[in-house]
Design a binder for this molecule. Structure first.
Ligand code: FAD
Ligand code: SF4
Length: 461
């Protein structure tokens, strides 16, 4: 049995600094001007339809080409208040940039994400006069539970529309996975907190930390004390592997590892195994694997149960992992984790094949030594956090406006069913729900309004 090799400081400080620096450095002003001129400013632009928040992309890019960066930022942030973060983390290769007509004859889309970052970074560096002014106070109070992208997007829109908002969050910092989850090299230098501070500068939003729904708060009490409630609690639970050895030391949820990494002030103090196994195939698996490599783990293997082209992580993300030296093994499911003196030392996997969508074991197995095993097979709603609400697929069921089965309670983001679990979608859910809440609070008839609907929320009504 191999001995456990897990320790901090596998790489020198300067190497760690390089490994966790911004993976997509910002465009220079000249680069931004040249890139903006590649846009055809299409009428009925397909990129706009491909952006979940419907940003008027040709319009903001034209403003960049005219050197009107504040105007460009306004066009972005009016639709997507997290435009700065989305510019860094949106999988543009499957969203706006995939739809760019430049792909057809040049195989290279306009770099929409990079241009969006150029404009929003400019505004964050020189905020100047407030971009958004609040409407006259309505006297209505809305509770938002969860200070992630969905919750804060909803809170900002409601505050803008003149309502008072109280945001409750179980964690000590706002931002949700922007602060605790996204890969460190996508959003370095404390950007998540800077963006939250800018967003809150609109006023009318109070955040109460250390307040968990299901522990410190009940939905009944929130409904009694507020005119409406928006739930944006993400997915705080983690799926178990359900195999022997899961409680050994060194076996951890990938999300917990990433949270620890994001919150550490000195990466050299963060222990990591020499041989790391990551079980799963989504963005969380990729981020845990790549960040393990970048901390100095020598052998990092992602193990996924189906074919590689079925992995939830995009082909771009898979290539990113492989270019970082991560091995991807497919058609394998964990059977047991093995340990010595209470600590994991390896895992056995069964080889499977796909029989009309059903995974069937072939009888073959393989073993891998490991000092660390990260579980990344999906997250779930935390127990009891949505009690009393109708669920669908294990998440909160909502209609196209984000309304839940309970009157005056809306929900959005990852905790709801039917989305793709992306930051940009959470932002859109929050925006759509805010408009619906506003309509309800003002007593107007929904049928008479032309406010946007969220294409990614399925109707159940
Ligand atoms: C590791 C990882 C990497 C990712 N990378 C990307 C990426 O590169 N690009 C991308 O677009 N998307 C990415 N995502 C997905 C993206 O982060 C989420 O889709 C997005 O954060 C969802 O926003 P949300 O507001 O619904 O939830 P969250 O961001 O999870 O926020 C939920 C908030 O609710 C709070 N909360 C939870 N339970 C309670 C409770 N009971 N009471 C009170 N508060 C509570 C939490 O503290 C948190 O602040 C990634 C996700 C993970 C896990
Ligand atoms: S928010 Fe995301 S999908 Fe929309 S235009 Fe910006 S980078 Fe593209």
């Amino acid at each position: 049995m191999p001995s456990r090799d897990i320790r901090a400081g596998r790489l020198p400080a300067d190497q760690l600094a390089r490994n966790f620096a911004d993976i997509h450095p910002p465009l220079t002003p000249v680069q931004a001007r040249i890139e903006s001129e590649r846009c055809h400013y299409c009428f009925d632009a397909p990129c706009v339809a491909a952006c979940p928040t419907g940003i008027d992309i040709p319009s903001f890019i034209r403003r960049i080409s005219e050197d009107n960066l504040r105007g460009a930022a306004r066009a972005i942030l009016e639709e997507n208040i997290f435009g700065g973060m989305c510019a860094r983390v949106c999988p543009t290769e499957v969203l706006c940039e995939q739809a760019c007509v430049r792909n057809t004859n040049e195989d290279k889309p306009v770099e929409i994400g990079a241009l969006q970052r150029h404009a929003t970074d400019h505004l964050m560096a020189r905020p100047g006069a407030p971009l958004f002014t609040r409407a006259p106070a309505t006297g209505k109070r809305v509770a938002v539970v969860g200070a992630g992208p969905a919750g804060l997007s909803c809170a900002h829109r409601l505050a803008w529309l003149g309502h008072e908002v109280v945001v409750f969050d179980s964690k000590p910092k706002a931002g949700g996975l922007n602060e605790y989850g996204l890969a460190a090299y996508k959003t370095p230098d404390g950007f998540a907190q800077k963006e939250v501070a800018w967003l809150l500068s609109i006023g009318g939003i109070t955040i109460r930390h250390g307040q968990a729904l299901g522990r410190d708060l009940t939905l009944d009490a929130l409904c009694a004390q507020h005119d409406a409630v928006f739930l944006a609690i993400g997915l705080a639970g983690v799926n178990a592997l359900g195999v022997p050895g899961e409680d050994l030391q060194g076996v951890e949820s990938a999300v917990d590892f990433i949270e620890r990494l994001r919150q550490t002030t000195d990466l050299a103090t963060l222990p990591i195994g020499r041989r790391v196994l990551v079980i799963g195939g989504g963005m969380t698996a990729i981020d845990a694997a790549v960040q393990s490599r970048r901390l100095g783990a020598e052998e990092v293997t992602i193990v996924y149960r189906r074919a590689q082209d079925r992995m939830p992580a995009s082909a771009h993300e898979q290539a990113w992992a492989q270019n970082n030296g991560v091995l991807i093994r497919t058609f394998s499911v964990p059977k047991a984790l093995h340990g010595e003196h209470g600590h994991v030392t390896g895992a056995t996997f069964a080889v499977v094949h796909d029989e009309n969508g059903r995974l069937v074991e072939t009888g073959e197995t393989w073993h891998a030594d490991a000092d660390t095993v990260f579980k990344a097979i999906g997250q779930t709603l935390a127990d009891g956090a949505a009690s009393g609400l109708a669920l669908q697929g294990g998440r909160i069921r909502v209609d196209g406006h984000g309304e839940t089965s309970r009157e005056r309670v809306w929900a959005g983001g990852d905790c709801t069913w039917g989305g793709k679990d992306l930051t940009v979608e959470g932002v859109e859910h929050g925006k759509i729900a805010a408009h619906d809440i506003d309509r309800e609070l003002r007593g107007s008839l929904r049928a008479a309004t032309s406010a946007p609907r969220c294409a990614h929320m399925r109707r159940v009504d």
